[in-house]
Design a protein around this ligand. Sequence first.
Ligand code: TGC
Ligand code: FAD
Length: 392
Amino acid sequence: MSKDRFQFHDYYLADELLTEEHILVRNSVREWVKKEVSPIVEDACQKAEFPKQWIRGLADIGAFGPYIPVEYGGGGLDQIAYGLIMMELERGDSGLRSTASVQSSLVMYPIYTYGSEEQRKKYLPKLANGEWMGCFGLTEPDHGSNPSGMLSNIKDKGDHYLLNGSKMWISNAPFAHVAVVWAKDEQGVIRGMILERGMEGFTTPETHGKWSLRASATGELVFDNVKVPKENILPNVKGLKGPLGCLNSARYGISWGAIGAALDCYDSALRYSKERIQFGKPIAGFQLTQKKLAEMITEITKAQLLTWRLGVLKNENRATPAQISMAKRNNVNMALQIAREARQIHGGMGITGEYPIMRHMMNLESVITYEGTHDIHLLITGMDVTGLNAFE
Ligand code: TGC
Ligand code: FAD
């Protein structure tokens, strides 16, 4: 990729809604991304490798557990700061944001929220400083949108449980030290548990051949009679609301993250269109290009305001799961549409690694599917406004 010339766009002066601390946090992440991510991300994607050196950097900028209390190694920041961090990371690459949002919202969050004090003390500080990386196992080969049908199960063996089953499409799995896994007990109740790499019968084969999120490692979790000590069960939650509660936090982060990817595409398209001359003038001077750019910044601005408001509600513990679904669905779709339009503006250059467009576009094809597909979030909104369940 050529030099990262990204400039932020804030059409409605939404920065005025932020605190000094928010801006400070945001700017430090932005600088780190420009310095440590942009120069190597294209190469990492081409090679389908997650650059491990990013782990230390992510920990140093406070991207692991920003809203987890300081006493457990977290940043003690609010939800808007968390969102801003996700936005800046995804401006760099959705795979980078994935790594951080899984660690924060899908591993640290459940351990903090549903875990015992011993579990919090044992795992959270090491996850916050990046010494340990985590992953989250909910999806199974035959149960994606419908996780309540999961087949992974635990059987009570006295001082431990025996875990069998498998998970697929698990971000960070190939290198994670710990996994937060969801499985049914003998009564069919979903329980959460913490697995550690090295437990006998627990393997994490990598998934190859992705055309999307290539700088993020994805894998399976395979459980073949894994002995799970009883103290590794998350004691404070039972049922599907356990994993779905984590998803609220991760989906919220993604709604901010998608704005980052959209901004990067818009920024690149705006600059390119002013520099690229065809028919004797910059292509930015043609009405059709302006329509694209004007619609892009309009949609980005709407998403920025929606998400900021959601952040305020989340800080007040008033954001509903359905409001989060609306923002995740809207913003990811918005980013994907903008990536496609930005690709058009870049002409043939848009398909090359010289510009970030195609990479964002391909990444967003995963983001629109994981953490609940575009249509699942539509159905969540539909059920919320009508009171009628159209899932089944
Ligand atoms: P349903 O009967 O509606 O609910 C079961 C129980 O859960 C409660 N609940 C929630 N609790 C907290 N937060 C939410 N968002 C909740 N939604 C529902 C509900 O109140 C009920 O509680 P209780 O006490 O009555 O038992 O469940 P359902 O089986 O009908 O499913 C509903 C549906 C389809 C919306 C849900 O299963 C769903 O969201 N499906 C999508 C699955 C999904 O998002 N998977 C994501 C996997 S993780 C991932 O993709 C990580 S990618 C990370 C990265 O790389 O960045
Ligand atoms: P399916 O559920 O089979 O859906 C296929 C299609 O059917 C979709 O279009 C869907 O909208 C539609 N559909 C399904 N049900 C309905 C319905 N009732 N009404 C209308 N349409 C419906 N999971 C994890 O647990 N942890 C992770 O870390 C993780 N990381 C991921 C990383 C990547 C790169 C990807 C691609 C996925 C990841 N996932 C992870 C899995 C992800 O959450 C699932 O892919 C997603 O929930 C969809 O499940 P599925 O792929 O099985 O699709």
